[in-house]
Design a protein around this ligand. Structure first.
Ligand code: ADP
Ligand code: MG
Ligand code: MG
Ligand code: MG
Ligand code: MG
Length: 444
């Protein structure tokens, strides 16, 4: 039964709703709506001028309405009189095709028609910086190998514990938190869920981490490579497909079938899992435009060794078993991990592009190709025939533009809007004057 938000407010002492939608650049946009007005907004949506956000709309377009998804409502654990509710964008009674949450919903419905219900878990790494964002917040956090640093953890316990407490309260089943591989970097893990639920939680997690960090006088950033020379912020996605959504899921369709003697079966991945993985491999260079969507994203992948000794990010399109030097890792039976995405990935488009590529793989019975059980950082040059990932955002956008199948699967309207906005962003980037140019070409 659909949640009645007015009643929800009454029952829970909620005074305001933050009706929120996500634009093409991953920006979360919201209106704060008093509980007295929520009944009407639940029906009709909250009005926005779409042009004022990154959705490729013009000032002449009619109002865009953000219609809250009442079953996805979350009371802010740090401010219980406010509830956040993700919304779907509608214009003149029709879904706005390029709005990320709509793109994802459409792909989830398509997969469901074929009996496939995708469940994913993501690892949204982040840094805690000073408020201006120019330094790591903890000046003592300088170890060469800072991963799991117990003492540095204690110096930021207040922030991490608070976020973890919030996830416990929300029933997300958080299960571990650690200091990650870069100075100032953190990772907090909670259980996987249906793709739309994970996308909403991913959005909310970013919002929550930023709010709690700010409260303590720090700044949380998910930027892919915020500090030169240190490991960047990944956003690995773990993927499995089930026979039904939510709690009705009984069978993991990716779990190995008896009598399958293929390479993936050795690792516990079924034929369907293999084809889904085949789709990810086939579309990898193009989907990077979505999983690694910013200029800075390409400073994380293809990067030189970091101070800790490894970037933990991939360089080429390869897969393997339980080995973290490849683009895809199969850590155990019934799932695989895509290690390509970074902290800039739009939570909805990330899930959408995984489903789009995976579905294409299942439909075409794509083969993921040979497995390479090697250390890619040491021996990657020996691998023949594995495509290199795009070296920069422009290459990635061009790869996406060339991949007609993926563009169509994501939706033609979405793909056109995304490419247009992103090319504008690239043009803005290349037209800015950098210090590097003066330092290297002044005397030419
Ligand atoms: P690692 O750092 O080893 O890659 P983490 O424990 O940080 O792994 O994150 C693993 C993520 O994978 C979690 O979100 C977890 O819930 C999720 N996960 C585990 N099993 C599955 C599965 N069958 N399908 C999808 N996600 C899964
Ligand atoms: Mg106004
Ligand atoms: Mg992890
Ligand atoms: Mg990690
Ligand atoms: Mg991982």
């Amino acid at each position: 039964m659909t949640t009645d938000l007015a009643k929800f407010a009454e029952d829970n002492g909620v005074k305001y709703f933050m009706i929120s939608f996500t634009d093409l650049f991953g920006g979360q946009r919201a209106k704060l709506v008093p509980a007295r007005a929520i009944a009407g907004m639940q029906e009709d949506g909250a009005g926005f001028a779409g042009f004022a956000t990154w959705l490729d709309l013009t000032p002449a377009h009619p109002d865009m309405l953000a219609v809250p998804d009442p079953d996805a409502v979350i009371i802010l654990p740090w401010n219980r009189e406010i509830a956040w509710v993700p919304a779907d964008c509608v214009m003149e009674g029709e879904p706005v095709d390029q709005a990320p949450r709509n793109v994802l919903r459409k792909l989830i419905a398509e997969a469901a028609e074929e009996g496939m219900h995708v469940k994913t878990g993501i690892e949204a790494e982040f840094f805690l910086l000073t408020p201006a964002g120019d330094q790591i917040s903890d000046s003592f956090d300088t170890a060469e190998k800072p991963c799991y640093d117990q003492q540095a953890f204690m110096r930021r316990l207040d922030v991490i514990r608070e976020i973890s407490d919030h996830m416990l309260e929300l029933g997300w089943n958080p299960y571990q938190n650690d200091h990650e591989d870069a100075n100032g970097q953190w990772e907090m893990n909670w259980d996987y869920d249906d793709a739309l639920k994970t996308a909403d939680k991913h959005s909310f997690f970013k919002f929550m981490a930023k709010c709690v960090a700010e409260k303590h006088g720090y700044r949380a950033t998910f930027m892919p490579k915020p500090v030169e020379g240190l490991t960047g912020n990944g956003c690995h996605a773990h993927i499995s497909v089930w026979d039904a959504p939510g709690a009705d899921a009984k069978t993991n369709v990716f779990a190995m079938e008896p009598n399958d003697s293929s390479q993936t079966a050795e690792l516990g991945l079924s034929e369907k899992g293999r084809h889904f993985l085949g789709g990810i491999m086939k579309h990898a260079s193009a989907l990077a435009a979505i999983t690694n969507p910013t200029v800075n994203s390409y400073k994380r992948i293809n990067a030189p060794r970091t101070m800790s000794g490894a970037t933990w990010a991939p360089n080429s399109v390869t897969w393997t078993g339980n080995n973290r030097t490849h683009m895809v890792r199969v850590p155990g039976p019934g799932r695989f991990e895509l290690r390509l995405p970074d902290g800039a990935a739009n939570p909805y488009l990330l899930q959408a592009v995984i489903i789009a590529a995976g579905l294409s793989g299942v439909r075409s019975q794509a083969d993921p190709g040979k497995r390479h059980d090697i250390d890619m950082y040491a021996d990657g040059h020996k691998v023949r025939g594995a495509p290199k990932l795009p070296l920069n955002m422009l290459d990635a956008l061009r790869e996406y533009d060339k991949d007609k199948g993926l563009k169509a699967a994501m939706g033609e309207e979405f793909s056109a809007a995304f490419l247009k906005m992103k090319h504008q962003e690239w043009d803005s980037y290349v037209s800015h004057f950098s210090r590097w140019e003066k330092e290297n070409t002044l005397d030419i």
